[in-house]
Design a protein around this ligand. Structure first.
Ligand code: PLP
Length: 386
């Protein structure tokens, strides 16, 4: 079960070729979907290519795992049934009861729920911190107890930016790991391992899969000891990506670079439109020079991504009305697919953090800007805001 990193070339070359060599027997250029739970052994223990049972390893999944490791500039990748399954497996691999984790104070709601309602019951404490403030993160660390500093950048849905390099230094000073959820940026726009992070987390459901047709998650690391711990827990917990899901995710990854360029093009045009619209109180996008994290984002990201958040001047009901009135933007959760989505985080993705420190403004709308014609997207928002 080797993760083939044949292509050490440019990002696009790795996205297309890493992880898989054309099939030795047929020459198939894409990894076949190995819909097999078990594998014949040539005598007891005589496994072919290391495969014995698909929870432990499946060739379709191995191909994806090699490819995702290559595009993140990592050594080993792991594919899971969802982003949250990846997160839970990571936490169990590196934390023990009594340990402590620093979380973003505007973490994705599902991540916060995992730590606050699930991991906490097992004795893992957490402290939210403002990640754009390096000293606030240092202060939130409990020396000796903090095992992980968890970073999202840009965050969901406030698009705050954290300085990965600076936070890696702070985490490492305290003997903690720096984990970066790279879902919003995607590996094309940002590669946290090259900036000092120890682990990259993905909800591959989003940009990596890219077509809103599969739920999945991934972890990527460089350190081989850490990789062994994750491999052990991946197999022991069993939240793995199935072969059909691994195939779809891998297919999506191959076009990530071209999709991300267009997501960014369209998002920039939508931002240009929104900033001058009288019904819009504030546009939140790291590409805007007025965004407080703009300089850091410009340093660590290739471009600024396809997610745009904005606040409407007339309050929550207006925000709900805009969401309902949009037509080209589909009202729905998730992000990162070819189709544009609109949502009201306060009532939808972030409803689970209502009443906590992580509550989001009620007049906030989040857009996942897709790949449709930019003029149609702008006309749709213009109509919905009217
Ligand atoms: N991380 C971020 C930033 C997310 O936006 C999400 C889902 O929206 C997740 C993790 C969880 O991933 P999944 O829904 O694939 O379990």
């Amino acid at each position: 079960m080797t993760q083939e990193h044949r292509s050490k070339g440019g990002f696009e070359t790795r996205a297309i070729h890493a992880g898989y060599e054309p099939d030795a027997m047929t020459g198939a250029v894409n990894p076949p979907i190995y819909a097999s739970s078990t594998f014949k052994q040539d005598g007891v223990g005589g496994m072919r290519g290391g495969y014995e049972y698909s929870r432990s390893g499946n060739p379709t999944r191995t191909a994806l795992e090699g490819a995702i490791a290559a595009v993140e500039d990592g050594e080993r990748g792991f594919a899971f049934a969802s982003g949250l399954a990846a997160e839970d497996t990571l936490v169990r691999s590196v934390c023990r009861p009594g340990d402590h984790v620093v979380l973003p104070n505007d973490a994705y709601g599902g991540t916060y729920r995992l730590f606050d309602k699930v991991e906490k019951v097992w004795g893992l404490d957490h402290t939210p911190a403002v990640l754009s403030d390096v000293e606030a993160v240092r202060a939130a660390i409990e020396p000796g107890r903090t095992k992980v500093v968890w970073v999202e950048t840009p965050t969901n849905p406030m698009l705050n930016i954290a300085d990965i390099e600076a936070l890696a230094a702070v985490a490492h000073d305290a003997g903690a790991l720096l984990v970066v959820d790279n879902t919003f940026a995607s590996p094309y726009l940002q590669q946290p391992l090259t900036l000092g992070a120890d682990v990259v987390v993905h909800s591959t459901t989003k940009y990596v899969g890219g077509h809103s047709d599969v739920v999945g998650g991934a972890l990527v690391v460089r350190d081989l000891e850490l990789a062994e711990a994750i491999a052990f827990h991946q197999n022991s917990i069993g939240g793995v990506a199935g072969p059909f899901d691994a195939f779809l995710t891998h297919r999506g990854l191959k076009t990530l670079a071209v999709r991300m360029e267009r997501h960014c093009d369209n998002a920039e045009k939508v931002v240009d439109f929104l900033v001058s619209h009288p019904a819009v109180a504030e546009v939140i996008y790291p590409g805007l020079p007025t965004h407080p994290g703009h300089e850091v984002a410009a340093r660590q990201m290739r471009r600024f991504g396809g997610i745009v958040s904005f606040r409407v001047a007339a309050g929550e009901q207006k925000a709900l009305d805009v969401c309902a009135a949009a037509e080209v933007f589909t009202l729905g959760e998730s992000l990162g697919g070819v189709e544009s989505l609109i949502e009201h985080p306060g009532r939808m993705t972030h409803a689970s953090v209502a009443g906590t420190d992580l509550e989001v403004p009620s007049d906030l709308i989040r857009l996942s800007v897709g790949l449709e014609s930019a003029e149609d997207l702008i006309a749709d928002l213009d109509r919905a805001l009217a």
